[in-house]
Design a protein around this ligand. Structure first.
Ligand SMILES: [Zn+2]
Ligand SMILES: [Zn+2]
Length: 175
């Protein structure tokens, strides 16, 4: 439970400061409008005081949560190598829960640093696009990428042993 909680805190920490500030400003603005502007508009059908205040607080919290979640999606899309601006605009334009749910269903796996040069590489990359480092060993029989803990190749059935070495991409032609 505590582990889950600290992971959540870690995740929330990626929200850029600007979004957190915007969420705080959003709460203040909604509360101010709700307390000082709306009662003076002359509506007679406003709910009685405790409900009215609760409604305002819920509205402010909802707005803040929306801003923070959008900020999270912006930062998360960026670190996954996705189009952060496009996704931010999409989740803002698509009716609320659907845009957020779509993002979490469609987001690409987290990028990990290349062990050699540290460039962000996708989970399914065989070679680092920056330095050409082999990220996955390949089968000596069929050449397809396999995982280090495989005993035999899942594609051609060849036993995987000492014979398998991380293959190198062809050297780029020297100009
Ligand atoms: Zn690299
Ligand atoms: Zn194979």
């Amino acid at each position: 439970m505590t582990e889950r909680k600290s992971r959540l805190q870690q995740e929330l920490r990626i929200i850029p400061l600007g979004w957190t500030v915007a969420a705080a400003i959003g709460i203040v603005v909604v509360e101010a409008v709700w307390e000082f502007v709306v009662p003076h508009l002359g509506h007679n059908d406003l709910p009685p005081a405790p409900w009215y205040n609760l409604l305002g607080a819920l509205g402010a919290l909802f707005l803040a949560a929306t801003i923070l979640l959008t900020g999270y999606i912006y930062a998360d899309a960026k670190r996954r190598g996705m189009n952060a601006v496009l996704w931010t605009v999409l989740v803002l334009l698509i009716p609320k829960p659907i845009g957020f749910i779509a993002y979490f269903l469609l987001r690409t796996p987290m990028l990990a640093p290349c062990p050699k040069c540290g460039a962000p590489v996708g989970a399914d990359f065989t070679f680092c696009p920056k330095c050409g480092c082999a990220l996955m060993p390949s089968c000596a029989g069929c050449g397809r990428a396999i995982r280090r803990d495989y005993v035999c190749c899942p594609y051609c059935g060849k036993p995987v042993g000492a014979a398998v070495s991380p293959s190198r991409p062809p050297d780029p032609p020297t100009a």
